[in-house]
Design a protein around this ligand. Structure first.
Ligand code: PLP
Ligand code: ZN
Length: 407
């Protein structure tokens, strides 16, 4: 059985049973899963964790689920020492957490594995989500594995690669004529009418818990310690807060020393409401209308923006936005130094990392982890200019004529 004991309002502390619910009835703030950490600490040890499966389920004692997991092989992705990229940026202790290597090619599988497991526990036969693309693919894949029905809602301009990535699992695919924020509003209205498990609405507290495993894994893979700096992207801001919570839980359970990690939040300049608030020294996140190639994190009204801002501030980290041009350069730099082809969100993270290294905010011997959350191949069009091929006839002379200077 799980050590989860209640849902708790993040603002007023009001508690609710572990049920499908995303906010507090009194203050409309988000609720989160709260645990009996004392009991959890008795059962979770380094040795026990090390014996677990090489997936997010090695941390199942820290999850709100009660067994019978919907598992498509998510998690325990590589933490790579990035010496080539580190060399370029003057960082000696740089690591890449490569979450492109999840089953549906993004970190979303972590959150969705937990939320769909919970949906099945609650007895839902249908799951649904509002998505910028990656979540739709992950929900559709997990629904296929769990033999559940899926309705996935995406903005109509999401791009062909992402549509296929979801549609291949045969969900009901709904393309909405509007932005992600419009899609999200539509789904909030549908929650009240349909008895479905909306992964990022009424199941959002459970979805959030899956993302914590990024923090758990980073700490374990670094040899049971928390890094000095983490650079991670933010759309709604939820994942960013949960990496922090994952690290913090590891310390709470005495698996690592107390956490002193500077958390740096990354957004695209064309959709940077959280960074704007950070730069204005404010805790009020004002909505924007997104316009960026980094569509996975193009969220104008970030649900967890306030909490992400708190983590960036209180951890002594920061928040930074980069242009689409810098993002493209970031994608190429990562691919050409470390052999990892990320989607635009990864380009944003690398571009922010570069800025932080160049400005000296991150120093050369700090252990730094850049979190790469999604793979490039579904959105190849944004970097299609890299292809410079010369066609030759299939003989040695033709090849040498085209490519080797004559002797
Ligand atoms: C969804 C997503 C994010 C951001 O997640 P939030 O929790 O909404 O901030 C980051 N990267 C990728 C690739 C995503 O799909
Ligand atoms: Zn409340």
């Amino acid at each position: 059985m799980s050590y989860a004991r209640a849902l708790r309002c993040r603002k007023c502390g009001q508690e609710y049973p572990l049920e499908p619910r995303n906010m507090c009835d009194f203050c409309l703030s988000p609720v989160e899963v709260s645990y009996d950490y004392k009991a959890m600490a008795k059962s979770v040890t380094r040795d026990k964790l090390k014996e677990g499966p090489l997936s997010i389920w090695r941390y199942r004692d820290m999850m709100p689920t009660n067994g019978d997991e919907v598992d498509i092989g998510t998690g325990y992705t590589p933490l790579i020492k990035a010496d080539n990229l580190g060399g370029e940026l003057g960082l000696n202790q740089l690591y890449i957490k490569n979450d492109c290597l999840n089953p549906t090619y993004s970190f979303k599988d972590r959150a969705v594995s937990v939320a769909v497991t919970k949906a099945r526990e609650f007895g839902f036969d249908t799951v649904a989500c509002a998505s910028t693309g990656n979540l739709a693919a992950s929900v559709a894949a997990h629904a296929a594995k769990a033999n559940m029905k899926a309705y996935v809602f995406v903005p109509a301009d999401v791009g062909p690669g992402k549509l296929v990535g979801a549609a291949i699992h045969n969900p009901t695919l709904v393309t909405v004529d509007g932005s992600y924020d419009d899609v999200n509003r539509l789904c909030i209205n549908l929650v009240q009418k349909y008895n479905w498990g909306f992964i990022n609405i009424n199941l959002r507290p459970y979805y959030a818990e899956g993302s914590k495993t990024l923090g758990h894994e980073i700490a374990e893979q670094l040899g049971w310690r928390s890094p000095d700096c983490v650079i991670a992207p933010a759309g709604s801001g939820l994942m960013f807060t949960r990496i922090w919570k994952g690290l913090d839980e590891m310390a709470m359970l005495k698996l690592i020393e107390p956490v002193n990690t500077h958390m740096y939040l990354s957004q695209a300049a064309g959709s940077s409401p959280i960074v704007n608030a950070y730069e204005a020294g404010s805790l009020h996140v004002h909505p924007v209308t997104p316009n960026t190639i980094a569509k996975s994190i193009a969220i104008g009204s970030p649900t967890d923006g306030y909490y992400a801002l708190l983590v960036a501030r209180q951890s002594g980290g920061g928040a930074c936005a980069v242009s689409d041009e810098e993002t493209i350069d970031g994608i190429k730099l990562l691919a050409q130094t470390e052999g990892i082809f990320a989607e635009a969100t990864g380009g944003v993270v690398i571009a922010v990392l570069k800025k932080l290294a160049e400005s000296g905010k991150i120093s050369k011997d700090q252990t730094t982890v850049a979190v790469i959350t999604g793979a490039g191949p579904r959105t190849q069009d944004i970097v299609s200019d890299v292809v410079h091929a010369t066609t030759v006839k299939p003989n040695v002379e033709a090849f040498e004529e085209a490519f080797l200077s004559p002797v």
